[in-house]
Design a protein around this ligand. Structure first.
Ligand SMILES: [Mg+2]
Length: 104
């Protein structure tokens, strides 16, 4: 079987199927579980006890589960929060640049 490419619409359809099949509470528990696995893999990488590929795989798992959490919680609300936080990061970096500029 050839690998299937999943564009945004295909991923969303797949996530809806997962939510129907397993239920929203189960998918939210998976978000927690995958985040915990990512944290553990980064800790192991820091101690040189796992290859970076393990962390890459956990990042993929978390990405998939966060996309589902976004759908569950409301894409518009999550996207707005992301935009707000990116704007905050822009302001922080501008402040840092200003402070760094005054040091020279
Ligand atoms: Mg995992």
């Amino acid at each position: 079987m050839l690998p299937v490419k999943h564009d945004a619409a295909a991923r969303e359809a797949l996530y809806v199927r997962a939510m129907v099949a397993f239920g929203v509470p189960s998918q939210m528990r998976m978000v927690q579980e995958e985040c915990a696995e990512l944290i553990a893999s980064i800790n192991r990488l820091d101690r040189e006890r796992c290859p970076v590929q393990d962390v890459i795989n956990e990042v993929a798992d978390v990405t998939i589960m966060l996309e589902q959490a976004r759908l569950i919680l409301g894409p518009e609300l999550v996207d707005r929060a992301v935009q707000d936080k990116l704007a905050r990061l822009e302001r922080l970096l501008a402040e840092v640049a200003k402070i760094e500029g005054t040091k020279t």
